[in-house]
Design a protein around this ligand. Structure first.
Ligand SMILES: NC(=O)c1ccc[n+]([C@@H]2O[C@H](COP(=O)([O-])OP(=O)(O)OC[C@H]3O[C@@H](n4cnc5c(N)ncnc54)[C@H](O)[C@@H]3O)[C@@H](O)[C@H]2O)c1
Ligand SMILES: [Zn+2]
Length: 340
């Protein structure tokens, strides 16, 4: 499969030349750069362009709120930013989603460029145009679809990323390979995690997501296969959220992949040998909590999932490696058996 990247996305090996060329083409009256304390420390020194304002927010999902947006809008307003200005979002998915949302709504929309600095944001949040914030405890509850003026992906930012964050982002790469790209899956299997070459793997993974999003930009059908691993994954992530051992999103998704494969096997959709191969691969990379939630612990989370209706819980499940179906209704007996 050849890589098919969105036209606004650049895989960069000379990031400063690329940023400055983009700035020249946008020709903004002012430039702000949005960072958190980690990307200010590790990533800002890697980029070189002239900015008028640095907006620093605290890191973490808990900051992805309307209050933080208010601070961003206030800083932009106080510094005299206009609709012809540019915001450069330098950070992970929190910075990209929220910075993009703040820019798209500031004076009905100013230009913005996302420079994703985590693996997760490079292979997932960078494509598909979803922007937004959490609201009243509900994830991504307020937002819009809007593509950035540009996204610049440079694997060099991953050097300073904590290993847990790297592995968390890698779960989305595993997902993309399993749902659409058997060759990529074989490539992942062929070498240890530590030896993977990000400059080859990232564009492949982006290409899978881009193909799916292009077929179904508003998630009416096929785009739902991107939820593979996420129905149980989200429920497990929510379960651990307020405990002393919260799981990262991708860690929960990796576990979700294992468990949803078991649903597919129990339903006669997917073969057990392939499911075991995937489980072995994932367990080799990730370490999971010893005490996992049961069906009763997470059934409320599962039912709340936006994808469900009164008939039961619907899943995106593999029918073979490289092929995924969606809207598969699974009855609660099979769920109870797998989540025992
Ligand atoms: N828009 C989409 O389609 C989409 C898709 C997937 C996820 N998301 C969103 O993305 C968010 C998660 O993104 P994330 O996993 O990148 O989390 P994040 O933005 O919270 O970043 C994770 C941590 O890594 C730090 N960090 C970032 N880059 C670094 C670097 N190069 N070196 C060292 N530390 C660095 C951050 O400061 C943070 O502490 C969620 O809010 C999720 O909803 C959006
Ligand atoms: Zn995800």
């Amino acid at each position: 499969m050849t890589n098919n990247l969105p036209n606004y996305l650049i895989i960069s090996s000379a990031i400063n030349a690329d940023i400055n060329a983009l700035i020249a083409s946008i020709n903004p009256d002012k430039i702000a750069v949005l960072v958190d304390e980690n990307t200010k420390l590790h990533c800002l020194s890697e980029v070189n362009f002239n900015w008028d304002l640095i907006i620093e927010i605290s890191s973490g999902e808990k900051e992805k709120t309307l209050d933080t947006c208010k601070n961003i809008w206030t800083e932009l307003t106080n510094a005299g930013f206009t609709r012809k200005s540019l915001l450069i979002n330098l950070g992970g998915g929190v910075i990209g989603d929220m910075g993009g949302f703040a820019a798209s709504t500031f004076k009905r929309g100013m230009a913005f460029i996302n420079i994703p600095t985590t693996l997760l944001s490079q292979v997932d949040a960078s494509i598909g145009g979803k922007l937004g914030i959490d609201f009243n405890g509900l994830k991504n509850h307020i937002g819009l679809f809007q593509e950035p003026n540009a996204v610049i992906v440079d694997p060099k930012f991953l050097k300073t990323l904590p290993e847990r964050e790297l592995k968390s982002g890698f779960a989305e790469i595993i997902k993309h390979a399993l749902i659409c790209d058997e060759d990529h899956w074989k490539h992942l299997l062929s070498q240890p995690f530590e030896n993977l070459e990000w400059n080859k793997i990232i564009p492949k993974s982006i290409s899978v997501k881009n193909d799916i999003v292009n077929q179904d930009p508003r998630e009416q059908g096929i785009r739902k296969i991107l939820n593979y691993g996420h129905t149980i994954g989200h429920a497990i992530e929510s379960f651990f959220l307020n405990t002393s051992t919260p799981m990262l999103h991708g860690e929960a998704v990796a576990l979700g992949i294992i468990l949803e494969n078991q649903l597919a096997v129990e339903s006669g959709l997917f073969d057990e040998k392939s499911a075991n191969q995937i489980t072995g691969y994932i367990e080799n990379i990730y370490s999971f909590p010893k005490d996992l939630p049961s069906y009763n612990d997470i059934k409320n989370h599962l039912m709340q999932d936006k994808k469900n209706d009164s008939e039961g819980v619907r899943f995106s499940l593999l029918n073979k490696i490289g092929s995924c179906t969606y809207d598969v209704l699974i009855d609660s007996e099979i769920l109870k058996k797998v989540l025992k």
